[in-house]
Design a protein around this ligand. Structure first.
Ligand SMILES: C[S@@+](CC[C@H](N)C(=O)[O-])C[C@H]1O[C@@H](n2cnc3c(N)ncnc32)[C@H](O)[C@@H]1O
Length: 270
């Protein structure tokens, strides 16, 4: 079974996984995903001079609020209202404009100096049509000289091989919920698509399993998709310390500028 972004028609506007739409599972997100070096990378990318920034797929709003507290004008967008509900209540949440929308369907008049998509959100776009729709829509929301920055896991590293119950099992303490046992298990690999289960055990008889499918797109394919979308010159990094991409580097980090803002109508898919 495949849930959320992997369901049925591979549509960029398909609803997000239950991991993000179920309020109790959304509440687990921050404890399960403590801030890492990626946050510092994106804060540095934004710089000190105030900018107009879109955090697409902002989730619980941790980074969006940090950026707003540093003086940037920030919009946080996510299709999962349970994640946005947490984001709104965060310290600094009142400084951010929150929008319930996905990357392919956002449609607002603001044009951004920087659009970021962090936490491997890009991997929920499961086919070339979805990727093209997202790049077209996000580039349309960039100001002239604006930059789009995001990352996807390097498929050559095959990180999903580590997503076994034995290697991922952990007990986390979630404020308001108590101890939650979590582990992952890959349930299918089909070409570039990896489907994995997340098991949340709140109590002996209270276990929730979610399914997510992620695409592990290769560098050359991603570069070609960016070029087709009007971004032939891309800055690439292979890790959060700014090291170059390489077969053993965990990330494909993209910072792209587009030749022209694509201000046409957004294509409909599926
Ligand atoms: C792993 S979380 C990352 C959240 C946040 N960016 C972070 O770094 O903590 C993935 C997020 O992507 C969102 N998402 C799912 N489908 C999306 C789409 N089509 N467009 C934008 N975001 C989407 C989910 O709702 C979820 O909040």
């Amino acid at each position: 079974m495949v849930e959320g972004s992997g369901a049925g028609c591979l549509n960029p506007q398909a609803s997000p996984s239950r991991s993000y739409t179920d309020p109790r599972l959304a509440a687990v997100y921050d404890a399960l995903n403590p801030p890492e070096a990626d946050a510092l990378f994106y804060l540095r990318l934004a710089g000190d001079e105030p900018k107009t920034i879109l955090d697409m797929g902002c989730g619980t709003g941790r980074l969006a609020c940090s950026l707003a507290r540093r003086g940037h004008r920030v919009t946080g967008a996510d299709p999962a209202s349970a994640m946005l509900d947490i984001a709104r209540k965060r310290q600094g949440g009142d400084k951010v404009a929150w929008i319930a929308a996905g990357a392919a369907d956002l449609s607002i008049d603001t044009r951004f100096d920087l659009i970021i998509m962090t936490g491997h959100v890009f991997q929920v776009f499961l086919d070339d049509m979805a990727v093209a729709a997202v790049l077209a829509n996000l580039s349309r929301h960039l100001a002239p000289e604006g930059r789009l920055a995001f990352e996807t896991r390097n498929p050559l590293v095959e990180e999903w091989r580590d997503w076994t119950p034995e290697r991922t099992r952990e007990r986390i303490d979630v404020p308001g919920l108590g101890a939650v046992d979590v582990h992952y298990r890959v349930s299918g690999v089909a070409g570039q698509l990896v489907t994995f289960e997340t098991h949340f055990r709140f109590a002996e008889d209270d276990v929730v399993t979610t399914w997510n499918t992620l695409r592990f797109m290769g560098k050359d394919e991603l570069a070609a998709a960016l070029e087709r979308s009007g971004a032939p010159d891309v800055t690439w990094f292979g890790d959060w310390d700014g090291s170059p991409i390489g077969p053993a580097r965990p990330e494909l980090i993209v910072i792209a500028t587009f030749e022209r803002p694509q201000d046409g109508p957004t294509a409909a898919f599926c």
